[in-house]
Each structure stands twice: as C-alpha cells, then as structure tokens.
Ligand binder design. Structure first.
Ligand code: DSN
Length: 422
C-alpha cells in the first residue's frame, strides 16, 4: 500500500493503519481516476488544499445558524471559515449575498423553491428530457410533486432553447418562478431574454448554474448573476471545489434565502465542506483559474468538433460550454451500450437522453462528455482530438478495446490525475 499520497491529508497513514479496508477503497479510487479518462461533465479533480480542508477537524463542529448567530457555543473559529467562504463567493460571483451552506445542488434548489414559492405555485422550467434537472419539475422529485410545473424545451430543428415558446408559456400560465439552467444543454443560455420574460409577467427568475458556475467565475461565459433573483450552484463541477452547493441572491432576498436553507430545509452545516468551499473560491479568484475556465470551453469545442469529424453528431452542432451531447442514432449504438464500451476501454462518461429521444433514460440515444477533469489534468486541444478518436473507436468497435486502452494509458501517463508534486 502506498502511504505517501499527499492529497489524503495528514491522516491517511492513520487510516491505513486503523482501517485498511476503507484505506484500500481510497487507494483504489485514486488508481481508477489515474488509470482512465474522466469525461463525466459534472465531475472534476479537487486540489490538495481542498482535500486537506475536507479531511479536517472542522467536520466535528455543530454550528446551526450563521456566523455570529449560532445556536451552539464554540463556533468562533468555524465562523471564520464560513465568513471567508461568503466573502470570497460574493467577490468571485459579484453577488449581493451568498449562502454557502447547501449540502448539494439539489439541496440548494430545494431552498430556492422554499424561499420564493408556496406548494401548489406554478413554475416554468426546462424539461429534463431536453437538458433540465430532476429538481426542475420531475414527477419523481419534490419539485414535480409539490409544484405545478410547466415545461419548455428546445426546438426540434435547431436543438436550441425556444425563447418564443418560453414567452408564450409564461404569458399563458403566469408562473410565479421561471427556472433556467441545465445539465446537458451545451449552448449558452441568454439570461437577458429570460429576465425580460420574467419581468413581463412579474415572475422570479431562478438560474440553476450548477454546471456552468465555474465557467462564469472564470469569465469564460457570461454570468447569470446580474440577471437572476437567485442563482444556485455546485462547488464540485466546473468550479473544481468540494462536493457541495450554494446560493447567490439579491440583497432583497437575503433573509428569505438564509431562512430557507436554515432552519427550513437543513440543520447543521458541514463546516469542513464550507472551509473547503472557501479554499475553492480562493483558488477561483486567482488569475490561473480564468485560463482554466477558458481552456475547459476551448477543449469542449475541440472535443465536439473531433467527435463530429468521426461521424458522431453533437446535439445543436457543437458547444459553447464544458460539455458536448452526442446523438448516437446514426451509429446504431444506444447510449447505455456506448457508456459500457467506453468504460471497458478506460473512458468514463455517461449515457444521456437527447432532445426528443425515442429511448427511455435507462437506455438513451446519446452520451454526454465533458472536459472539466481532463482540463484540470493539463490536457489541451491536441489531446481532445486524440480523445475524440478514442471515444469513436471504443463506441464503434468493441474489438478495439485493447488498443484504445493502450492509447488512454499514454494520455493518463503524460497528464496524470492528482500529480504527486501537487
Ligand atoms: N448529476 C448531475 C449531472 O451529472 O449533471 C446533475 O445533478
């Protein structure tokens, strides 16, 4: 067992001694990450500093409440972590207010609904099948169960959001809140159009920026903050921080958002995660994060272009963000089968529904591939061309698995995940 891994923090050797079974899981996961290409669009590789904060004694502290207003004693030290996270988030996103306590993107979204709506209110949101999210009105989620959700989608011909449809639905249904933001929409969203529609009918505008927040922070794409009443985000995707969520809002909504997170939808905050969020915001405030965000987008465009050249059609013709959604119908391979074939060849990505998909979500006609992790590993446009070729070979020909795996090893050897000198 290699006990010299720097990213586990100072206590890995103790874990290895006291619980070798769990220690081995940690080692195996790092081996898995280092041994293949990680193209899941919602994942990234956090820094050693983020990991150190996560693996700290701050996990022990109960701190219900907010800095300076806690329901427990002994919070004066963890208060500093949360204040740092809030101040850095406000500076990074140029937001009036930040709440850094949501445990995840879904928890942040639950709090946003709670802050702005009553059960039974009408919401207008993007359909999951067109790139939305479970929390945007799926019937198996609180959002679809407790709210009256009207869905908009993308046009069949362009596969772009149909803003005319959004406006028509908004006028017809008078939703109290309009949601935009997506998990598998590769293009920019025009927040100014959504703001105009929300203003026209007197609705709140809630932007779920879980996927794109890091690109916004790095100014690689326009920010939603100037347009939205509330923005939810995750810290572990393009932002490259710890697994978690957050909320940004206008001054006016500060109290509603804070109360919706605690005490309405959450109890004690995870102070070790909040400290790690502060670290990640600090990292994203540095100039090199701008380069990272720009490279993530440039890489996704190169990957989409490379896949298109291999006969794998990118939905909407390309991407403006960190991900591409590929329509596999011309290849006669389902998304589920493509996911399996790629996995066998050392490429981790996920099957994904495409707009108007004839297949169910367990099968799908598409795959989604993202560049946050491989960009963190220092790969660039040249490597994206190679990755496109590898994905195409793996998907088309299960017999190519050995040769693809060998080429994957070359890429991961030259651009390792968690380099040892970090
Ligand atoms: N699971 C996330 C994603 O992969 O997009 C969304 O919650």
């Amino acid at each position: 067992m290699d006990r010299s891994e720097p990213f586990y923090g100072p206590d890995f050797s103790q874990l290895a001694r006291e619980d070798p079974e769990v220690a081995q899981v940690l080692l195996d996961e790092v081996a898995r990450l280092r041994g293949g290409l990680q193209l899941i669009a919602s994942e990234n590789l956090a820094s050693g500093a983020v990991m150190a904060a996560l693996g700290s004694s701050l996990t022990d502290k109960y701190a219900e409440g907010y800095p300076g207003r806690r329901y427990y004693g002994g919070c004066e030290v963890v208060d500093r972590a949360e204040s740092l996270a809030i101040d850095r988030a406000k500076a990074l996103f140029k937001a009036d207010h930040a709440n850094v306590q949501p445990h995840s993107g879904a928890s942040a979204n639950l709090a946003a609904y709670a802050a702005l709506l009553q059960p039974g209110d009408t919401v207008l949101a993007m359909a999951l099948q067109h790139g939305g999210h479970l929390t945007h009105g799926s019937h198996v989620n609180f959002s679809g169960r407790w709210f009256d959700v009207v869905s908009y989608g993308v046009r069949r011909d362009t596969e772009l959001i149909d803003y005319d449809e959004v406006r028509e639905l908004a006028i017809r249904h008078s939703p109290k809140m309009i949601i935009c933001g997506a998990t598998s929409y590769p293009r920019l969203i025009d927040y100014s159009i959504f703001r105009g529609i929300a203003d026209e009918i007197g609705a709140w505008l809630f932007v779920d920026a879980a996927h794109t927040i890091g690109l916004m922070a790095g100014e690689a794409i326009p920010s939603a903050v100037p347009y939205a009443d509330v923005v939810s985000f995750t810290t572990h995707k393009t932002l490259r921080g710890p697994r978690g969520g957050g909320l940004l809002c206008t001054e006016e909504l500060t109290q509603r958002i804070d109360r919706a997170v605690f005490p309405f939808t959450q109890g004690g905050p995870l102070m070790h995660v909040i400290a790690a969020k502060a670290v990640a915001f600090g990292e994203a405030l540095r100039p090199d994060f701008k380069r990272y965000a720009a490279m993530t987008v440039e890489n996704a465009a190169a990957l989409a272009e490379g896949l298109a050249a291999e006969g794998m059609r990118p939905v909407s013709g390309g991407t403006d963000t960190h991900l591409t959604l590929i329509d596999l119908r011309d290849l006669g391979v389902s998304g589920a089968e493509a996911e399996r074939r790629c996995a066998a060849a050392g490429i981790t990505l996920n099957r994904n529904v495409i707009p108007y998909d004839p297949e169910p979500p367990t099968v799908t006609s598409g795959i989604r591939a993202g560049t946050p992790s491989v960009t963190t590993q220092g790969m660039g446009v040249g490597e994206m061309k190679e990755i496109a070729s590898l994905v195409a070979h793996a998907v088309r020909d299960p017999g190519a698995v050995t040769s693809v795996l060998q080429r994957v090893k070359v890429l991961t050897a030259t651009h390792p995940a968690y380099p040892r000198d970090e």
